[in-house]
Design a binder for this molecule. Structure first.
Ligand code: AMP
Ligand code: ZN
Length: 113
């Protein structure tokens, strides 16, 4: 098993896990790019957003729901935050286990528009 996030899920690699339920876990990004930088990942190994099927739509919406719940918990809901999913090399994806970045706690630059 080579996937670093699967290793976090199995406990083989340490992480500061801040949330878990039957479908997802969330933990601190090891190289935070903002004061709050959490990663939300499905327990199921899905390599990229391209690999999501219609059967995963509940899972994807659940990941977003967890993100907004954590945004409130870490007190960035009102100040604002950004949710990012990088896909494949041009999208900047480095870890090939689907994950959602939750970033906030400062004014973020590099708006995607
Ligand atoms: P991405 O570029 O979207 O694939 O982002 C991968 C993210 O995973 C980066 O922000 C890394 O800092 C983060 N990361 C990589 N390894 C770990 C780890 N062992 N624990 C926590 N975060 C990690
Ligand atoms: Zn994995």
């Amino acid at each position: 098993m080579e996937c670093i996030f699967c290793k976090i899920l199995s406990g083989d690699t340490p992480a500061n896990i801040i949330y878990k339920d039957e479908k997802v876990i969330a933990f601190d990004d090891i190289f935070p790019k903002s004061p709050v930088h959490k990663l939300i990942i499905p327990k199921k190994h899905i390599a990229t957003l391209n690999d999501v099927t219609e059967y995963d739509s509940d899972l994807i919406s659940h990941m977003l729901f967890v993100a907004k719940t954590l945004a409130a918990k870490y007190e960035i809901a009102e100040s604002g935050y950004r949710i990012v999913i990088n896909c494949n090399p041009d999208g900047g994806q480095v870890v090939y286990h689907l994950h959602l970045h939750l970033m906030g706690g400062k004014t973020l630059n590099c708006k995607a528009h």
